[in-house]
Design a protein around this ligand. Sequence first.
Ligand SMILES: NC(=O)c1ccc[n+]([C@@H]2O[C@H](COP(=O)([O-])OP(=O)(O)OC[C@H]3O[C@@H](n4cnc5c(N)ncnc54)[C@H](OP(=O)(O)O)[C@@H]3O)[C@@H](O)[C@H]2O)c1
Length: 176
Amino acid sequence: VEKRKIILYIATSLDGMIAREDGGIDWLFSDQDYGYTAFYESVDTLIMGRKTFEQALSFADYPYAGKQAYVLSRHGMTVSRADVELTSDLPGLIRSLRSRPGKDIWCIGGAEVVKQLLKIGELDELRLFIHPIILGHGIPLFEGSRSDIRLQLLDTRAYDSGLVELHYKYRTHRSS
Ligand SMILES: NC(=O)c1ccc[n+]([C@@H]2O[C@H](COP(=O)([O-])OP(=O)(O)OC[C@H]3O[C@@H](n4cnc5c(N)ncnc54)[C@H](OP(=O)(O)O)[C@@H]3O)[C@@H](O)[C@H]2O)c1
């Protein structure tokens, strides 16, 4: 049995922003599927930060209904959904998910959670959907990483819309 992977699947601008400074994602394409349906089928667990979760809740329909989600929050909040669990222990969550069999795990974001997963070497793959736009300002996906993080390119795909997918595998050895 193949080990379940933790995969970052995320859209960025060419300059590596995941949202405008105010959290705006109006610049993201949704004109076609871009492999999302197949990817969504391949995961059974979601990890996201509290801010990303709150944005998902603000949509007309919560986009991840029925999929087990773990939302990170230090301060806590009230969650009334049965498919969402809050946690303040990221390493504990990862340990627990890796010790259980299952499909792959989607790290939705945001930047704060991604930064920590990269730092502890717990992101197995990155699938970046680079949009043909330079925002100049915003929430950067990669900022302030203290050492080199080496990646191996697995695949690339370019779309007529100008969107490019870069698919990487984490190469640096896990510290734990
Ligand atoms: N482009 C895309 O595809 C995409 C995807 C996802 C998100 N986004 C954007 O990303 C933005 C949010 O990103 P962000 O980096 O600002 O925030 P985030 O990572 O979504 O959430 C940060 C929050 O997560 C909690 N947290 C983080 N690390 C934790 C830990 N180790 N233990 C416990 N709790 C932890 C804290 O919540 P508390 O404050 O409650 O303690 C923290 O304030 C949104 O604007 C969204 O639009 C874009």
